[in-house]
Design a protein around this ligand. Structure first.
Ligand code: GDG
Length: 464
């Protein structure tokens, strides 16, 4: 069995995985199965960085982490990855802050990663690179003579050609993706956008293979899942049940709408607050009967776009409270602190509606966690944006256009008055999708295709 090598911007430890859950859990299981290696940034910056990674044994696998020079890290992470790639992939070219030095730092950090990782590799390793921070990594590894199979998974949406064109380096980015053996996307739509971009830039596409500059790569869709049964168990565990009761007691019989998102402009939080306001305007009988709780831990707050967004959101929430609150009713409650995972599970379960309205999202795991945490006998309703990857799987949710606050408000009212039988039916349909297409399947499907992708690559490589 090949050893699995996972590479991502940040690495996850077993301890962190228990509190944050999600992706780290899915990957750690696979790493343990093969005695694998997880490589990434240590989270520490130093004036000149380190060339050699720190290698430590975790529980059943190995962690290797690299310190980065502070300027390079800022250019790579805040400047290019989150200041250019993230807004382009989330349809916000207006927010791009392009600087040539950021792109140079992005390349340089990927080169550093490759130089530190290459000596740790074994001939039969299977290398799985994650996300937009590391698009050039295979290219840099290949330049050092690495011939092992390398796969790439993009967790965020892939933009259409006209948007990608706005990045001055779009050709280089596409070119680098061809150095992988397999590139994976959250949805078929994202895979097609990638193929359109390749064709738009003079390449060839056929079925699941794309070709350009004499190189070819396979492309597939692998919707990321959660461990739905485990998350459900967390919501009914003693800790989850305690938080559930605390929440229900605090609600005094009112119905709760819950939102849980990193504070990010792509998550549609501002329009979501306006949609809740529209609910109280269009359906006055819901006033005093419904509360909206938004949990929004701060993220990337060193970037101006995030700071501006936070202020706009705070003012919108205050405005709704100013208009509607009564001395014994606060319509919008808003928290910037992250909560423990077990608390989230209990809060989801105590809520009547999960409101997940990103303007663009690769998948959105919160939508899946909300469904998994529900009581199947008396479940809450998921109101979900059509523009989240999760909408392709969870079509039994109430799907909405998050730009249309009136439509979202009406969906909230429909959810509040939905008969129990219909709620149960919708929940059962979504839960069976979550159990069938879980994190283990995502991982297994991707790794199966990566193993099989080798023949295509080696053939091409011989021909070069
Ligand atoms: C990217 C893509 C794709 C949130 N607040 C707290 C907390 N969370 C957890 C949630 C969930 C995770 O963070 C967020 O995952 P999402 O999928 O919703 O969004 P991104 O962070 O943008 O993730 C996305 C994902 O990658 C995976 O491929 O689905 O499209 O953008 O698990 O529960 N966790 C805790 N406390 C919080 O306050 N413990």
């Amino acid at each position: 069995m090949s050893r699995l090598v996972v590479v991502s911007n940040r690495v996850g430890s077993t301890r962190e995985a228990a509190s944050t859950g999600g992706l780290a859990v899915a990957l750690i299981e696979a790493l343990r199965d093969s005695g694998g290696l997880w490589f990434g940034f240590s989270g520490k910056t130093a004036r000149s960085g380190t060339r050699k990674p720190e290698v430590v044994a975790e529980d059943g696998f190995t962690l290797a982490t690299l310190n980065l020079p502070v300027d390079e890290f800022q250019g790579y992470y805040s400047g290019y990855a989150n200041g250019c790639l993230w807004p382009i992939c989330h349809f916000r070219p207006d927010l791009i802050q392009f600087e040539r030095t950021h792109f140079d730092a992005y390349r340089q950090v990927n080169r550093r990663f490759a130089q530190a990782l290459a000596p740790l590799l074994r001939p039969d390793d299977l290398i799985w690179v994650h996300d937009y921070h590391l698009i050039p990594l295979a290219h840099e590894l290949r330049a050092l003579g690495v011939r092992q199979r390398i796969g790439f998974f993009l967790h965020i949406p892939f933009p259409p050609p006209d948007l990608l064109d706005a990045l001055p380096e779009h050709e280089a980015l596409l070119h680098w993706m061809l150095d992988y053996d397999l590139v994976g996307f959250q949805t078929q739509h994202d895979r097609l956008q990638f193929q359109h971009c390749i064709a738009h830039n003079g390449g060839w596409i056929s079925d699941h293979t794309v070709e350009a500059h004499g190189q070819s790569v396979q492309a597939g869709a692998y919707p990321i899942g959660i461990d739905a049964r485990q998350f459900h168990a967390l919501s009914t565990s003693p800790a989850g049940a305690r938080e559930f009761r605390r929440m229900r007691d605090a609600l005094h019989g009112r119905a709760q709408i819950i939102g849980v998102d990193r504070l990010d402009y792509s998550k549609g939080l501002l329009r979501r607050v306006h949609a809740v306001e529209a609910l109280f305007d269009r359906h006055p009988h819901t006033r005093s009967r419904v509360e909206f709780l938004q949990i929004a831990p701060l993220s990337r707050h060193q970037l101006k776009a995030y700071d501006d967004f936070r202020h706009a959101l705070e003012s919108a929430a205050a405005q709704v409270n100013g208009r509607f609150a009564q001395f014994d009713w606060t319509p919008v409650r808003y928290l910037n602190r992250p909560l423990p995972r077990r608390t989230l599970a209990g809060l989801y379960r105590a809520s009547r509606i999960g409101l997940v309205t990103p303007l663009r999202d690769g998948m959105n795991l919160v939508a899946k966690e909300f469904v998994a945490a529900q009581d199947p006998e008396d479940p809450g309703v998921l109101v979900l944006s059509r523009f989240a990857g999760a909408a392709t799987q969870l079509d039994a949710a109430l799907l909405v256009n998050p730009y249309d606050c009136g439509e979202v408000a009406d969906a909230l009212e429909t959810a509040l008055s939905m008969p129990r039988a219909q709620r149960r039916d919708r929940h059962a349909r979504m839960m069976s999708v979550l159990v069938e297409q879980d994190a283990a399947k995502w991982r297994a499907d991707f790794l199966r295709d990566l193993r099989g992708a080798r023949a295509t690559r080696s053939g091409k490589r011989r021909a070069r």
